[in-house]
Structure formats: C-alpha cells, structure tokens
Design a protein around this ligand. Structure first.
Ligand SMILES: Cc1cc2nc3c(=O)[nH]c(=O)nc-3n(C[C@H](O)[C@H](O)[C@H](O)COP(=O)(O)OP(=O)(O)OC[C@H]3O[C@@H](n4cnc5c(N)ncnc54)[C@H](O)[C@@H]3O)c2cc1C
Length: 270
C-alpha cells in the first residue's frame, strides 16, 4: 500500500523542528523511527501533508542521571535504552522493557519519544513509564513544560501534547536496586502484548486494558492498605475496559491482567 504524497523536511535541532511545525501547520507530522507512523500512512489512516524528520536530532539522544532522576532524550532508540549502562544501573525496568519491544529491527529504529507520543494502549515502554511515574517534557513555541505521565496518555492515539509541540525528554525517578517486574503475554515472542503488567515500588501499570495504558489503581490501593500480593492482584482489572478482538476477548484480558499483575508483583518482591 502506498501513502498519499507528502513534503519531507529533515531537521537537525529542536528549534528547526519547531519552526517546521509552525510553517507546515496541523497537517504536518513528526517522523522519528517511522515504525508506527509509516504503517498507518500506508493504510491512509494518517494523511500528513508534510513529514518533519526529527530522527537526526542528536541533541535529543541520551540517557543520563540528573539529580534523583534519569533523563532520556526523545530520539533515543529502544536498543540504545536497552544497552544503556546508566539505565541498567539506575532504572533497570526500562532497559528490560526496551528489550521486549518487537524485534531487533524495530528496536534499532523506534524511539522513546515516538512510542510515548503515539499513545498506543498496547505499547510496552509507556506501560513501564506509567508504573515508574515520571514526566514527559515537551517543547513548543512558548517554551518547555513538564507533563506527569499520569496526565499524558488520554486515550487511543491521544495525548496531552499540542500539535505545535514535540516531546523532547522523558524523566523517571531513579529506582536503583528496588525490585521490579514486567510480564508481557504474547502469542509469538516478538509480538505486541495482548496484555502486559509492569510493577515497581507498589505501583502497577497495564497495557491493552483500556483506551490508553492505565494504572491498576485498585491493586495499588490494596497493597498500600496491607493486602497480600495475591489479594491485591485479584483486583487488577477493576476500572479497566479491555477490548475483545481476534487475539483475546475482554474476559480473557481481564484474567491476564490479574495473573500478570500477580507475577509482576511477585518478581518485584523477590
Ligand atoms: C513490526 C513492529 C512490531 C512492533 N512491536 C512493538 C511491541 O512489541 N511493543 C511496542 O511497544 N511497540 C512495538 N512497535 C512499535 C515501535 O515501538 C515504534 O517504534 C514506536 O511505537 C513508535 O516509535 P517511532 O520512533 O517509530 O515513532 P514514529 O512512527 O516515527 O512516530 C509515531 C508517532 O509519534 C509522533 N512522534 C514521534 N516522535 C515524536 C516526538 N519526539 N514528539 C512528538 N511526536 C512525536 C509521530 O508524529 C507519530 O504520530 C512495533 C512496530 C513494528 C513496525
């Protein structure tokens, strides 16, 4: 399938990207790894008039410690995060999850900013970020603002990002040696999750259980109240609204959410 015609602009700095966004308007799209955008353009579900290629903005490719947080630039690719010595030491959940995204080709092209901005409810890294509880740093014509991850993903392909802004950085608390767990259920090793659960420091997030990645709030409240892992995990699907599709029906997804949450919490506690 062939996408509709579009203009192509390659930028090498955040300023150039913002200028190009202002010039081409709301019908322009940023292009990072292209692994989510290009497939939907081929299906003509997205028909941007211009693509602004930000993949070469090297100033946004980094993983570094800043105070109590780890800061990750938006054009950092999944495989760079997977192998980052800083991430492995300071926030090991993230490199583990980066290594579970798709296959090596996807991990060598896909970027953290791209998966965060895309807001697919089945995406792995946003699930981990939601459990970690950090912030998404965005930049637009009025400057930078920080959006807590709990307020960033609003629904299916919908975020708190304005059309004239780009994601520049993701910041997460340093968890160090604190226990964590990530459980992803797929039909084949390299697939997207049918359901996934991330657990760290008493917080739990789920993939594919609602229109966006979602926290298992009832589980978290039960844990905070002293419930056992088994009892808390039994509440993981409360407040969720999973779909039925060719991979799993909603009831099976609810079962998976409870099971994977229990396993993720047990790993985090081990
Ligand atoms: C075969 C295949 C298997 C995959 N498997 C998985 C999987 O198992 N788990 C998983 O989580 N993901 C999976 N993915 C998706 C992959 O992780 C993508 O790379 C990711 O979702 C999007 O990142 P990208 O850099 O490719 O973004 P792009 O496709 O370039 O962009 C996606 C969207 O984000 C916008 N965007 C990109 N960067 C920015 C930015 N900095 N600021 C604002 N907007 C921006 C674009 O305009 C576009 O709307 C898979 C993809 C493929 C093709």
């Amino acid at each position: 399938m062939i996408p509709a015609p579009f203009d192509y602009v390659k930028v090498t700095s955040v300023e150039e990207a913002l200028e190009a966004l202002a010039e081409h308007g709301e019908d322009a799209k940023l292009l990072a790894g292209g692994h989510s955008l290009l497939p939907i353009m081929k299906l003509r579900l997205a028909v941007p008039t211009a693509l602004i290629d930000i993949s070469g903005i090297s100033e946004l490719s980094y993983v570094r410690v800043e105070g109590d947080e780890v800061a990750i630039g938006a054009t950092t690719r999944h495989h760079e995060l997977e192998r980052s010595a800083v991430a492995l030491a300071e926030v090991p959940l993230l490199p583990h999850v980066a290594g579970r995204v798709g296959d090596p080709q996807v991990r060598h092209r896909g970027t953290l900013g791209g998966t965060v901005a895309h807001s697919d409810p089945a995406s792995d890294l946003p699930t981990a970020l939601l459990a970690l509880g950090g912030t998404v740093v965005v930049q637009g014509p009025a400057g930078r603002r920080e959006i807590p991850v709990t307020e960033f993903w609003l629904g299916f392909f919908e975020t708190a990002l304005s059309p004239d802004e780009l994601v520049v950085e993701i910041r997460v608390p340093r968890t160090g040696a604190a226990g964590w767990g990530y459980e992803k259920f797929t039909r084949r090793e390299n697939d997207w999750p049918i359901v996934a659960a991330a657990a760290v420091q008493g917080r739990v997030a789920l993939a594919n259980m609602a229109g966006a990645v979602v926290r298992a709030s009832a589980t978290e409240a039960a844990l905070a109240g002293g419930a056992s892992i088994a009892d808390a995990a039994a509440l993981a699907d409360e407040g969720t609204s999973p779909n039925s599709d060719m991979h799993a029906d909603a009831d099976y997804r609810r079962h998976l959410a409870r099971l994977l949450t229990r396993r993720a919490l047990e790993k985090a506690a081990a």
